[in-house]
Write a protein that binds this ligand. Structure first.
Ligand code: NOJ
Length: 537
């Protein structure tokens, strides 16, 4: 299944700067929904390549591509059947190579997704495990167990799938296998050396092709507690990130990350690993970014924080202290392909958009690295009204409600034009785009100084110009009225009014950028509700 490609020399790498990842702004491309080059309504690698100038012009440093590998697409490509092949939906291996080279030519780094916790049920190992019957040696590569109860008809333990229902499925010969996600995503057994060797080889395959790093899916999941003990609680998905569960955030995962760090460090150009890890506390998350482990971990506590000045300040302080204790940068992230877009989370409509614009300036002023999710630079809201017939999130088919469904943040993004698919591609789009999106397209917002797109462009340009932003230098909290956050970075002050009403403060400096219009008078500035301002000091 592996596609052939001539060996690649990495003569196209961007100039190496020291620790580029410590303050990088990394843009998440959900490949299926970014840009479609061939008219099948599904985004692809050539589509991404052709739109790279948008990202270079936006001012981000790197692009993270969600999985584009050979996959039956039971979970949007997070069910991989061949880790070294590009799925025909997204192109061929030469397209990935071309994309990486073109990104590097434009000065953008490329991070790809790696899915080590589980494979697809169509992966050759799992096929062999099923087809070979109870004695197939490949069963050891997964977690096969006999059932409980007199005839083994009950699952081996009480673990639940993150997508709903039991985390076990019974095979035709009576054995059960573990899948923390969909049944089409059997969990690998990381105690097997063959599993470790295979992933080392997959890492090398993509590193040799020139990628700059990996976003590691379910980085907290590969190791399960010995004996697979019962939990004794229901609705376990709600406990993820709140407590250590026998299937997540086990101490044993850190040894795997250490081995990967050694492998990454063996390559030139500072290739990085970023953990998608759900840990109960900022301190436990920081363990993933100790100096000999991964470079970054997504800061989901920031993503899930309420729109509340006190709560935000606590999360910011807690995150900085925890990552600081291990010498790693903090990452700031507001949205991704698994959560409701933050414009909608913050209340939707005009108010949600005002808050989202302000949150963008807050995020980009904090010390560390920031992740942007495609379309947030356009202020896109969640699409809440999708017909059942078009939904693809496996949670929709396994769950019993609409909560937590992830198609609404994955609707293809609007580039231009007045009707769907808004320049997404020459055909349609795999999820319907709302009629109101004409005014939100890249073309419609370009050149309009009040647009969200131009706000992001200005913020990212300023962040590059001002050495005090990004990783450089400390954050010092300043006195501010209730509901307002004010902090200083070297040469810059950031003020965020979280209230819905205007806040009046002494003018902190020369205004650099504001997410809403300001009013000055008598030495004070009136910052409208839900707005953020950067000041030069
Ligand atoms: C996290 C990914 O972001 C999500 O989309 C996926 O469903 C799960 N991991 C399982 O791979």
């Amino acid at each position: 299944m592996t596609q052939e490609l001539a060996p690649i020399r990495r003569d196209h790498s961007p100039a190496v700067s020291s620790d580029w990842w410590r303050d990088a702004v990394i843009y998440q491309v959900y490949v299926r929904s970014f840009a479609d080059s061939d008219g099948d309504g599904i985004g692809d690698l050539r589509g991404v390549r052709d739109r790279l100038p948008h990202l270079a012009g936006l001012g981000v440093d790197a692009v993270w591509l969600t999985p584009f590998y050979a996959s039956p697409q039971a979970d949007g490509g997070y069910d991989v059947a061949d880790y070294r092949a590009v799925d025909p939906l997204f192109g061929v291996l030469a397209d990935a190579d071309d994309l990486v080279r073109e990104a590097h030519r434009l000065g953008l780094r490329v991070i790809v997704d790696i899915v080590p916790n589980h494979t697809s049920d169509r992966h050759p190992w799992f096929r062999a495990a099923l087809d070979g019957g109870p004695d197939a040696p490949e069963r050891a590569l997964y977690h096969f167990r006999p059932g409980r109860g007199p005839d083994g008809a009950l699952p081996p333990n009480d673990w639940e799938s993150v997508f709903g229902g039991p985390a076990w499925t019974r095979t035709g010969d009576g054995a059960w296998y573990l899948h923390l996600f969909a049944p089409e995503q059997p969990d690998l057994n990381w105690e097997q050396p063959a599993v470790r060797e295979e992933f080392d080889s997959v890492f090398r395959f993509w590193l040799d092709l020139g990628v700059d790093g990996f976003r590691i899916d379910v980085a907290h999941g590969m190791v399960k507690a010995a004996g697979l003990p019962d939990i004794g609680l229901r609705e376990q998905a709600k406990l993820i990130g709140a407590q250590v569960l026998p299937f997540f955030d086990q101490d044993g995962v850190h040894e795997i990350h250490r081995a990967w760090r050694r492998l990454l460090d063996g390559y030139d150009g500072q290739r990085i690993g970023v953990a998608e890890a759900w840990a109960p506390t900022a301190e436990r998350l920081a363990l993933y970014v100790r100096p000999d482990e991964l470079h970054q971990a997504f800061n989901f506590q920031f993503l899930t924080c309420a729109w509340d000045a006190g709560a935000m300040r606590r999360v910011i302080d807690g995150s900085l202290a925890a990552t600081g204790s291990v010498g790693a940068p903090t990452t700031w992230v507001l949205s991704n392909h698994d959560v409701v877009r933050h414009t909608t989370r913050y209340g939707g409509g005009e108010r949600g958009l005002r808050r989202a614009r302000a949150a963008a300036l807050l995020t980009l002023a904090l010390p560390g690295s920031a992740y942007l999710y495609q379309g947030e630079e356009l202020g896109l809201p969640e699409v809440t009204e999708l017909p059942d017939a078009v939904r693809q999130d496996p949670a929709f088919f396994r769950g019993d409600g609409q909560d937590g469904l992830r198609d609404g943040c994955r609707v293809p993004i609007p580039w231009s034009g007045t009707s769907p698919p808004y320049g997404f591609g020459p055909g349609g789009s795999w999820l319907p785009q709302p009629p109101a999106w004409a005014g939100l397209s890249v073309a419609a917002q370009t050149g309009d100084p009040r647009s969200t797109l131009e706000l992001y462009r200005s913020a990212l340009a300023l962040r590059k110009e001002l050495p005090g932003l990004g990783d450089g230098g400390a954050l010092e909290w300043l006195a501010a009225p209730a509901g307002v956050l004010a902090f200083a970075r070297p040469g810059v002050v950031c003020t965020l009014n979280t209230l819905d009403t205007e806040a009046e403060l002494p003018v902190p400096g020369r205004p650099l950028l504001s997410s809403a219009a300001l009013e000055f008078g008598g030495g004070t500035v009136r910052i409208p509700g839900a707005a953020c301002v950067w000041w030069a000091v």
